[in-house]
Design a protein. Structure first.
Length: 222
C-alpha cells in the first residue's frame, strides 16, 4: 500500500483494521470449539484461509477497489497464525506432563517465533531477487543490498511482491499437508489428571516395592 500505491501511513493502517477484528474473533472461536473439533480441521481451515489470502494478494489488481482483494485478504490472512498458535498451545499442554507444561509452551512459542522469522527472511529474499531480475530486464540496475541503489520500477516491485505471496501460499499448503493427522486437542482437566496419574503409576509402584524390604528388615531386627 505504501511502496506501490503511495498511500500515507494512516491510510495504510486503516486498511489493516480488519486484521485485528478477525484475529480477536479467531481466538474466541478456537476457545469454543477446540475440544469438539479435531485439530487437523482447525489447522486445515486456518492454513487454507491464509493460503486464499496469499492467492488474493498474488493476483491482486493494484488499482481496483480495496473491497475486491484487499479486504477479504485482510480478513483471512490471520486465520492461519491464530488457529495454529491457539491450537498448538493447547496441544502441547495436553501431551506434556503437568509439571512440564510451562516448558513445552515456552518451546512451542519459541519455535513459532523462529519459524516466523525464517519464513519472513525467505520471502524477503525471494521478493528481492525477483524484483532485481525484473528491474534488470527493464534496464534498471537495482541492488537490494545497496541502500543507495536506484529504486526498482513499480512493475518489477509488483512481481516481487507476487512471488513472495506465491511462496506464502506454498507454505500454507505445506502446513495443511503435514499437520493433517492431529486429533482432538481439547479435553477436560480430569482427563489430563488421569493420564498424569497413569504415567506416574509405574514410578509409584517401584517406590513402594523398594520401601517394603526396608520395613521388613526393621521389623525383623525388632
Amino acid at each position: 500500500y505504501q511502496n506501490y500505491l503511495g498511500l500515507s501511513p494512516v491510510a495504510t493502517m486503516i486498511r489493516f483494521i480488519p486484521l485485528f477484528v478477525s484475529g480477536a474473533m479467531c481466538n474466541v472461536v478456537v476457545a469454543m470449539v477446540v475440544g469438539r473439533i479435531p485439530g487437523s480441521i482447525l489447522l486445515g481451515v486456518g492454513g487454507t484461509a491464509t493460503g486464499v489470502a496469499c492467492l488474493l494478494f498474488a493476483n491482486i489488481v493494484p488499482h481496483t477497489t480495496y473491497w475486491a482483494f484487499g479486504f477479504p485478504a485482510a480478513v483471512l490472512v490471520v486465520f492461519g497464525a491464530d488457529f495454529v498458535f491457539a491450537t498448538g498451545s493447547i496441544f502441547v499442554a495436553k501431551v506434556a506432563l503437568s509439571d512440564e507444561q510451562s516448558l513445552a509452551g515456552g518451546l512451542f512459542n519459541t519455535l513459532m517465533q523462529v519459524g516466523g522469522a525464517i519464513g519472513l527472511a525467505i520471502s524477503g529474499v525471494v521478493a528481492d531477487r525477483v524484483t532485481q531480475g525484473e528491474a534488470r530486464k527493464l534496464g534498471v540496475d537495482f541492488d537490494p543490498t545497496n541502500p543507495e541503489s536506484s529504486k526498482p520500477p513499480l512493475e518489477a516491485a509488483l512481481k516481487g511482491y507476487r512471488a513472495a505471496q506465491w511462496l506464502g501460499f506454498g507454505f500454507c499448503m505445506l502446513v495443511v499437508t503435514v499437520l493433517r493427522r492431529i486429533g482432538r486437542v481439547g479435553g477436560s482437566s480430569s482427563e489430563g489428571a488421569d493420564e498424569t496419574k497413569l504415567k506416574k503409576l509405574p514410578e509409584l509402584e517401584a517406590d513402594s516395592g523398594k520401601t517394603i524390604p526396608a520395613t521388613s528388615s526393621v521389623v525383623a531386627k525388632e
